[in-house]
Design a protein around this ligand. Sequence first.
Ligand SMILES: *Cc1c(COP(=O)(O)O)cnc(C)c1O
Length: 235
Amino acid sequence: MNHINDNISHILDMMKLACHNANRNDNDVLLLCVSKTKPIADIIEAYNSGQRHFGESYVNEAVDKVNTLKQQGYNDIVWHFIGPIQSNKTKLIANNFDIVESVDRPKILKRLSEQRDPSLGSLDVLLQVNISNEEQKSGVAVNGLDDLIAYAQSLDNIKLRGLMGIAEDTLDKVVIKEQFMLLKSLFDKYKLKLDNFNILSMGMTHDLAQAIECGSTQIRIGTAIFGPRLYHKTV
Ligand SMILES: *Cc1c(COP(=O)(O)O)cnc(C)c1O
């Protein structure tokens, strides 16, 4: 039994249903397969099911996987960095990923722009917004977003593509929807003014229906595709 393939089919069905219920086109919402801590064989299995977008959170582990898969000829994978960013890791992130979704402060933006090899073209970036307003959560505060967007636009090697957010981990669907609607309203405001600003990364396994209803263009799923993570790396 190819369980990764089955899990992906199941998630795609859930996404389709949510799109249908929200009167949206299936193709409007991308599935990002979150493969952090998972072996290359699992990524290849998801690839063989048709998936091309993979998300990683731990830099050293991710860079190994990116390089190994490129050497094996998997050149059409789009690699997303979605984890917390330490400033001593920005060079590796800038040069091994296609898009970075978890940027939340100017220092990191500046380093990514300066350290990106210009021959790779500008780096796609999403700004992570702290929509649940929980102190321990990453993300720029809503009232700091204007300044961070202006700063991102001033940098040569950064292409600002949209926003990312994580709703509070609660069963209260009203709370989840309020937080997603907040992110959607911010996204719409800047989308009117900025070119290429068209990615809204919000929604995980338990809240994907609410996210799609609120306008998400990208859902991030790990455990429901690859199974539970058995170990945790810190970098
Ligand atoms: C790990 C992670 C996910 C996937 O989480 P699962 O619970 O495994 O589906 C999604 N988004 C971000 C930012 C993550 O770090």
